[in-house]
Design a protein around this ligand. Structure first.
Ligand SMILES: Nc1nc2c(c(=O)[nH]1)N[C@H]1C(S)=C(S)[C@@H](COP(=O)(O)O)O[C@H]1N2
Ligand SMILES: [Mo]
Length: 569
């Protein structure tokens, strides 16, 4: 059992086993220190925006998970990035396995080097401590031990490290040793116990002996099976523990202050138009975009919000103190700058929180600052133009979403929500600090990557139905979707164009407020069977028509008209 293929598999198996063990240890200690997550995150943080944009565009689906990674809807860029890293790691693991065939020390050493990279990634992450190397240490020990066991088993050696000589290979394999083959047994005397270089030999010669290569092959298969099983158990246990820890504690949210309750949400069009996005997106269905691979566990006790920088009084507000401040409730449509025209990174929800202005007033903002640099629990930063955040819009330090505490995915215990500004310059999740500073002095995460700093959300219209490339039947086609124009007085009108013809006014749904999206639909009759195309655009409160000029999401948000091709059957 010494073929290259077998050894490549040994390398893979040993690496996967090691990663699973490390992940399990990390889930008990600090999930962030998982070698797998650490490497994935390091890659995400160091990938240029343009590649991410490309990755985002290539994959659109509704979210899934691979091993420990959760790919919530619209985190596909991560799928590609992490997927490529995983493939790279597995290729190197296979190479390490093959090298083991010649000499265990070489393959084992290569595996160690691989884990070392992960260990360095884990301890150098922001917010990491020296102890974060521990899961990588376990990965190294488990991985190398697994490789060693596989190698010893395959070469018919005892698993007692002191025994260098085969304990059951016998004479059966001896004659098959190709001349010039390197002695990998570690023994200094006697015949090389490793039987055949090629697994097929025992088949070709028809030799079936219980003590020879076949028995050894059985042992190797059993050992591999046990390791694979153990890897699955350890990996799943790590995931399970991670999810268990990720369940947020229950918090009792205060009620909005008198007069600050949002008006009852009007009825949406979802009851009338099949396939249209609901007026309010539930917490479970709300899009998620962040730089993280896992859902971070931040608890409310021990949490505090610091306010520092260019302020008269530095503040530190505990979670209970924050809940004691007057709360307001607002319906706001959150939008991601990475949303391409017609994309899913947008959602309307009801938020409960303290006005940002109240917190800033307590601290007393100085005259120098031009940005609010907000920091999350992990040191990730987002910058918001101070003038926009304080121009009277309902910027919130939010604790509630759709009548519930924030889900961990959406920033528990506290996040920012600012109407009209893309999430990457306004919607800091797992918020812990506000620093009043200047753009000249400090740069936030995405600013360093070249994204815009002063980027109000652009008006946009999305067609939800008909679906792209779908086939519709019947002589009435219902075109429907949502539109938003948060900085321009909201959406007053939506227009639909069929096959490049005249723009027709659609029926619009309830007007919740200017910073909330609006549903719309239009019934189109008499379309002949064949291929067709619909386009939609909105007119905002200031009378402006949504631009047809195309822009990519990078660096200031996408623009252009959403067009959907479909077939009438
Ligand atoms: N801490 C932190 N906050 C973050 C992000 C992040 O990566 N880390 N992503 C931002 C981006 S780009 C957007 S669009 C919104 C998305 O919020 P959601 O995931 O609740 O929809 O969160 C913002 N807040
Ligand atoms: Mo975003």
């Amino acid at each position: 059992m010494k073929s290259r293929r077998a050894y490549a598999l040994f390398g893979l198996l040993a690496t996967l086993f090691g990663m699973a063990v490390g992940h399990l240890v990390a889930s008990v200690m600090r999930p962030d220190s998982s070698p797998v997550l650490a490497v994935g995150s390091a890659v995400i943080d160091n990938t240029p925006a343009s590649i991410k944009e490309w990755a985002i565009k290539q994959f659109e689906s509704d979210g899934f998970s691979i091993g420990p990674f959760d790919f919530a809807a619209r985190n596909y860029d991560k799928v590609i990035l992490v997927g490529s890293v995983l493939i790279g790691v597995l290729v190197l693991a296979a190479v390490a396995g093959i090298l083991t065939r010649k000499r265990f020390e070489i393959g084992g050493g290569m595996l160690l080097a691989l884990v070392l990279v992960a260990g360095v990634a884990a301890v150098t992450r922001s917010g990491a401590g020296f102890l974060d190397v521990v899961p990588s240490f376990f990965t190294a020990v488990a991985g190398v031990a697994a490789l060693w066991v596989l190698h010893r088993t395959a070469t018919g050696q005892s698993l007692d490290p002191r025994a260098g000589i085969s304990d059951h290979s016998g004479a059966a394999g001896r004659g098959n040793l190709p001349s010039g083959m390197v002695d990998v047994s570690g023994g200094t005397t006697g015949p090389v116990p490793s039987g055949s270089d090629d697994d097929s030999v025992s088949h070709d010669t028809g030799v079936v002996s219980t003590g020879g290569p076949n028995a050894r092959r059985r042992t190797v298969l059993i050992t591999s099976g046990v390791l694979a099983g153990a890897a699955i158990v350890a990996g799943s246990a790590g995931r399970w523990i991670g999810n268990l820890r990720a369940r947020a504690e229950d918090v009792t949210l205060p009620s909005p202050a008198a007069g600050e309750t949002a008006p009852a949400l009007p009825e949406g069009l979802e009851g009338r138009v099949d396939g249209i996005t609901p007026l309010r997106i539930s917490n479970a269905d709300f899009y998620r975009v962040d730089t993280r691979l896992d859902v971070p566990v931040v608890d409310s006790d021990g949490w505090s919000l610091k306010v520092d920088g260019d302020v008269d009084n530095e503040l530190e507000i505990s979670f209970d103190e924050l809940l004691d401040m007057p709360m307001v409730e607002r319906d706001i449509t959150l939008t991601c700058v990475s949303n391409s025209v017609g994309g899913k990174y947008v959602g309307g929800a009801r938020w409960l929180g303290v006005p940002l202005q109240d917190v800033l007033d307590r601290a007393g903002v100085g005259s120098q600052a031009d940005q609010i640099l907000s920091t999350d629990f992990d040191g990730m930063t987002i910058s918001t133009p101070l003038d926009l955040a304080t121009d009277g819009r309902d910027a919130l330090i939010a604790v509630g979403m759709n009548g519930e505490q924030l889900p961990r995915e959406h920033g528990f215990p506290v996040r920012m929500v600012i109407p009209g500004l893309y999430g990457f310059i306004s919607a800091t999740k797992w918020l812990t600090k506000l620093t009043l500073t200047t753009y000249a002095e400090q740069e936030a995460y995405w600013t360093k990557k070249g994204w815009g700093t002063d980027t109000p959300i652009k008006p946009s219209t999305r067609i939800d139905t008909p679906r792209v490339l779908s086939t519709v039947t019947g002589d009435e086609l219902v075109v429907g979707g949502v539109a938003w124009a948060q900085n321009d007085g909201g959406v007053t009108k939506v227009q639909v164009q069929v096959d490049g013809g005249a723009w027709m006014d659609a029926e619009v749904g309830a007007d919740v407020n200017n910073v909330y999206w609006r549903q719309w639909f239009l019934v189109v009759k008499g379309l002949k069977s064949g291929n067709h195309r619909v386009a939609a655009r909105c007119i905002d409160g200031s009378g402006g028509t949504q631009t047809a000029a195309r822009a990519e999401p990078f660096p200031e948000g996408a623009s252009g008209i959403h067009t959907v091709q479909f077939t009438v059957g």
